[in-house]
Write a protein that binds this ligand. Sequence first.
Ligand SMILES: [Zn+2]
Length: 465
Amino acid sequence: MPAPLRLPSPRFQLETYEPAAREPCLCGSGLRFRDCCKGKYGLEGYAKGRALVAKREFRQALPELRRHLTWYRLSHLAHTAVFLPTTNPAVLHLLEVDILAMFEMTERLMFCYMKTGAIHDFPAVLNELRSAIEDPRWLAKVTYLHALYLRNFRSKAAAWRVITQSRLLSAVEDAELLSIAIEAAPPDFPPQDRITLAERILAVSDDPDHQLKYTTVKVILMFAELGDTSGINHLLAALETYEKIPVGKRTTYGQWQLGSCYTLTARLAGREDLAKRAVAQFHSCLPNPDYTAIARADMLRECGECYIQLQDWQKARACFEASLNEADDALTLIYLAGAMVGQKEYSSALDTLENIDIRKLRPAGKVDLGFAWAELALATQEGAHKARALVSLQELQDTRGYFEKVRLALIAELKIERPIDRARPPFLRRMFTRYLALQPNFFGLGLNLNAIIEDIFPEHSPKDE
Ligand SMILES: [Zn+2]
């Protein structure tokens, strides 16, 4: 074994790489170095910062994390960057370690900015950190965080602009950058290209949460956009792989994703056993305090959808009502109306649909609403309901793939006079039940993780052990 490398005093080394006192600090605070981290930076900042984040003392955590970033940037300059021209494998390994470590710190910093209400200062921090490491992989991380900020706090279009302007998407295989690209890509982005993005994530990431999520995304896109059902086997395999991870080693997000994946697979494969499995999975998640009310509402709604597949309208309705108690959501009201139609309580369903505030619905929700009106009209065969449903379906714009197929089939069906007992031909029933599970998953792509899980950096994550 070679003798351990003896480094000179790190403090001495780092000081030689410090900026001048009047220059901006390396931590991105925008202050002069002398007024910010000078004489205060160190290795211990990270542990202190993390401990403060765990105690939810974000304001105090911020300067600690910043000082540690400054320390890490100087360490990178002293111990890694100077040796880079040698392309020595050990140095290249150090470079990779630096990129990942610095990324984790910056992500945590972003979280603190968010929690202290100063998130709009974060882009300036990123701008300063852009030059921290000269490597396209680091630029990909910075671009990812910038796009994440824009998607969460500005718009998807702004996030997409930053991603395309960076020209990194075709140059770097970075799972985070690819995943934000899939979410921010505009509606006219070709479905096949979106599927390719999901496949690239699956190829570069060994994170089990990524594997489950992007297998789901890929299979949904194949089905919804291209009408290809061959992905069901991929989903079943992904579920089997995920189930092998001991429960204690799974993340909060992964547990929730697992339930969603069961819901979707149950519908696509027409398997009631999987719908029951999904309900059990969500019920095991619900008591976990790390989930926000929005996440609990989402899980309860998915349970309701499973009960719709099981044709247990009463339980479905109870789940949708419980979901509405957690978070008021027009989409859940649409599903509730569907369960009421199942119970043949048509006037309650009508009241519910009529009271939905269309302005609160996203474009995807308007598709749901149109389909729900059609479901009621086909069940009652009443002229007024049919007319309402036709208007709602004809107003929809930009429906594509599977959804467009269902829309056209419903319009055709609504124009036919049928006796009530033959109201819903089996093919439409199948379309409905498939559709119901697909819709929130499909558009749930852009879910804001911070809205789902209270603490995106659980300090006692099993991964750290
Ligand atoms: Zn500083």
